[in-house]
Design a protein around this ligand. Structure first.
Ligand code: BDR
Ligand code: CA
Length: 308
């Protein structure tokens, strides 16, 4: 079977790192590049973390740096309580000798979508600012993609950064609204499913037993992430948000979806909330509502344990 040509738009981030490690270990994925965005960290730290992770995995792929600020709102502080001051828990990220490419993420995404017309999947696992900007640059951007699989939002599961909003949507609701209303062929992997894919500490200890070098990095990062989840008293383990979206790129059959027209609330206390809008202007979005939890965890485990 042909591999999925994939670009991940990311704000690494501990679960972003898990997702990137998974993508690198999945034989069905041809990882073309990473593009970076603010969210868990600033955009420049996101690029630094992306380059650090690529270096650790020995991958030779470009990193294109994205936009620094939300479409309309002022910037939010990075989520250092969830992901650590540098974004990867207690790991100290050394600067890479390699730099991001000169082309900015929106331009690069437009060009790559044209070059790989009809074949490329983009998986945004951070705020949607770069994606909205790419759509502004090229009205055919979404039509040129094979699929867009977004980690973000929540239909019925409430929020995680506020009672109403999931973090990626909250950090740039205007961009998210633009993408969900005017984008095409979108699958939304939100908290309705990712809050169910919870992995305990023992899961990462097992991974590190098989994947001594990279698995140990995952284990160290997961400790910080799980400490956060336990402190907020929600889970006994951590939510596999971004890895679930990556798995949906290659195994959509593990997810059940409902098709809805959506819009995003952009003001007030419910800013970032996803609303179903049957009469709205948008296209239908495939929103994940159920997931085969064990199959997703198993797929992640089976693949990342192959890493060195
Ligand atoms: C999303 O927000 C970020 O903190 C995570 O990396 C993930 O992309 C989960 O709400
Ligand atoms: Ca993320």
């Amino acid at each position: 079977m042909a591999k999925v040509k994939l670009i991940i738009d990311t704000d690494p981030g501990i679960d972003d790192a898990m997702a990137i490690f998974y993508a690198a270990s999945e034989p069905e994925i041809d990882l073309l590049a990473l593009t970076t965005i603010f969210g868990n960290v600033t955009t420049s730290q996101a690029s630094r973390n992306a380059l650090y992770l690529i270096d650790k995995m020995g991958l030779d792929i470009p990193v294109s740096q994205g936009l620094e600020f939300p479409r309309v709102l002022p910037p939010f502080p990075p989520s250092s309580n969830v992901h650590g001051v540098e974004g990867l828990g207690t790991l100290h990220v050394r600067p890479s000798p390699v730099s991001p490419i000169n082309q900015s993420a929106p331009e690069y995404l437009v060009e790559m979508a044209q070059e790989h017309k009809g074949e490329m999947v983009i998986c945004p696992i951070g705020p949607l600012t770069n994606i909205a900007a790419a759509m502004d640059l090229d009205s055919n951007f979404c039509s040129n993609l094979k699929r867009m699989v977004i980690m973000g939002g929540s239909l019925r599961a409430g929020g995680n950064i506020t009672p109403f909003a999931e973090a990626n949507i909250y950090h740039d609701p205007h961009a998210a609204n633009h993408v969900l209303q005017h984008g095409k062929n979108i699958m939304l992997v939100g908290l309705d499913v990712t809050n169910k894919v919870i992995c305990p500490r023992s899961f990462f200890y097992e991974i590190a037993k098989h994947s001594r070098r990279l698995g140990s990095l995952l284990l160290e990062m997961s400790e910080f992430y799980i400490d956060f989840y336990e402190t907020v008293g929600k889970f006994d383990g951590c939510g596999m948000h971004d890895p679930s979206a990556l798995i949906a790129c290659v195994a959509p059959e593990l997810f059940q979806t409902e098709a809805h027209k959506l819009r995003v609330c952009c003001h007030g206390e419910s800013s970032g909330e996803i609303l179903v809008d049957p009469e709205g202007p948008g296209n239908l979005v495939d929103v994940c509502v159920e997931v085969d939890i064990e199959a997703v965890k198993q797929k992640f485990f089976q693949k990342v344990t192959q890493l060195p």
